[in-house]
Design a protein around this ligand. Structure first.
Ligand code: ADP
Ligand code: MG
Length: 250
């Protein structure tokens, strides 16, 4: 049965129109890497549809293809065969330059190790995607970055370098950065994987808030609480979608 049809039976989906635009679609996607002189297939025949407003948790053992799958959704990597269509764009049709532009407008990405630029303040890190994107007039960028830092509880730390704040604060700044251009889709790869339990809770609250705002979230996580806050859980095993289930909403 189509996922949307199954999901339509659940409270979370009750208000969705019967025919929905997909925000992510993968069709017959394979990914192979050259390893030890041969090709190792790490994703096999992935067919997936994700709809606007879904919060999808991707779970599964290490080394089974979760990050590879996320990297295909962001265009950081390309499939060996098959199609990846995100927000109406077939990513394989874009040049690297166009892909970077497209990503800036459509995606916020949050990584396990934050990946803030170490020589820039938190504020400058959040302004940077706005500078690349160039849509918001320059004088308004700092103001928006301050609002975003305020939203993640970091207004007082705006002028600090990443190395001068905790891991949890760096991740919150990275979430502010992901929201810089107000993308419809946020993709995160183990965003609490490097945080202790208390700081994970803060980061969790931010994602729950984004979910409530109707952002589409796709997140690899080993954190069960985070996974259970999702509207849908995809389990990846051996490079395949092993299970695809509506998760229990918190
Ligand atoms: P997960 O995120 O589930 O831990 P990954 O997607 O990172 O797993 O990796 C899946 C498999 O693909 C692993 O066997 C890994 O070694 C392999 N792999 C990932 N990236 C590359 C790469 N750039 N080159 C070669 N092999 C890779
Ligand atoms: Mg991974």
């Amino acid at each position: 049965m189509e996922y949307a049809v199954r999901a339509a039976c659940r409270v979370t989906y009750r208000n969705l129109p019967a025919v929905m635009k997909k925000i992510i679609e993968l069709k017959q996607v394979y990914k192979a890497y050259p390893q030890a002189g041969s090709l190792q297939t790490v994703l096999h025949d992935i067919n997936l549809q994700i709809f606007p407003g879904e919060f999808v948790a991707i779970v599964g053992p290490s080394g089974n293809g979760k990050s590879t799958l996320l990297n295909l959704l962001t265009g950081i990597d390309h499939p060996s065969s098959g199609q990846v269509i995100v927000n109406g764009m077939a990513l394989q049709n874009l040049s690297n330059e166009k892909l970077t532009q497209w990503r800036g407008a459509n995606l916020g990405i949050v990584f396990q190790f934050f990946q803030l630029l170490p020589t820039l303040s938190l504020l400058q890190n959040v302004v940077l995607p706005m500078d690349f994107h160039g849509k918001l007039p320059k004088p308004q960028r700092q103001q928006r970055a301050m609002q975003l830092l305020d939203r993640v509880g970091l207004a007082d730390a705006f002028d600090r370098l990443p190395s001068q704040v905790s891991g949890g604060q760096q991740q919150r700044a990275a979430i502010a950065r992901a929201l810089a251009n107000d993308p419809p889709l946020i993709v995160a790869d183990e965003p609490t994987g490097n945080l202790d339990a208390a700081t994970s809770d803060d980061v969790f609250d931010l994602f729950a808030h984004l979910r409530d705002q109707g952002k589409t979230l796709v997140m690899v996580t080993h954190n069960e609480v985070l996974a259970n806050a999702a509207s849908r859980k995809l389990e990846i095993r051996c490079g395949r979608i092993h299970t695809d289930t509506p998760a229990q909403a918190v």
